[in-house]
Design a binder for this molecule. Sequence first.
Ligand code: FAD
Length: 249
Amino acid sequence: MVGDGRVTTTSLVVATGGKSIPKMGATGFAYDVARQFGLKLTDTRPALVPLTFEPGALEKLTPLAGVSTNAVVSRGKTRFEEALLFTHRGLSGPAILQISSYWREGDPITVDLLPGEDALDFFRAARQSAPKQHLQTALAERLPKRLAQLVGDNINQPGMIGDFSDKKLTAAADAVNRWTLKPVGSEGYRTAEVTLGGIDTADLDAKTLMARTVPGLFFVGEAVDVTGWLGGYNFQWAWASGYAAGQVA
Ligand SMILES: Cc1cc2nc3c(=O)[nH]c(=O)nc-3n(C[C@H](O)[C@H](O)[C@H](O)COP(=O)(O)OP(=O)(O)OC[C@H]3O[C@@H](n4cnc5c(N)ncnc54)[C@H](O)[C@@H]3O)c2cc1C
């Protein structure tokens, strides 16, 4: 509290973060201050956030809640190889959080459930070595059993792998190496680890983070339009920008 609410100062560093996780105190206050002083803002959206699916797709994913596997998740040319986690609400885990910062409404994402391995080669070898097994059984050598079952259900080609033509095996391999999913949204600011967008860096001095048109007014950390991958980059930015502003403010 600051008495009657008025404080006079020659410099002010605004470090009130972005919009992520209102329950933890996020307010978007920095954006209001920036707007008040005529600074530009870029569009904000939740990032590093789990992705959600329409009820039909979700119905298939939820029985796997708690299952995790290593995967490559991509959107266009952007790809991340990290853990993928199935949840009651959709998909999460580092691979999804990372891609969520690049995903936009309407985009499909592609999931490679066997990173670095050609599923077609794997299925062909399985067809040769144990032709009487089901495809899911073969796949369970590489994937968690429930996930192998889901892939089998998606392919929907019953019978023994020994009876599969090359064409059928290729379709099955695609479902493993190039599983395409269409998220409908994200869990939003409620669980987003960061906020994409914010105060336009063009309006801030690159060395001191002072507003170019308002001497003495600084913006640092997540309030600014700087967003990092998972791995500590957002903390690093918050601390480094705070330090830079603190040297001159
Ligand atoms: C669950 C979670 C996990 C994360 N994990 C990582 C990680 O592993 N690595 C990483 O690099 N980053 C991580 N982040 C992101 C990282 O925490 C933020 O990028 C970083 O803390 C931003 O620092 P900041 O100082 O700009 O803002 P914040 O840390 O958000 O601090 C802003 C403070 O201002 C307060 N505030 C807001 N509005 C007002 C107001 N009107 N009046 C008074 N106070 C106000 C807020 O309550 C808050 O205490 C994570 C974030 C979350 C939510």
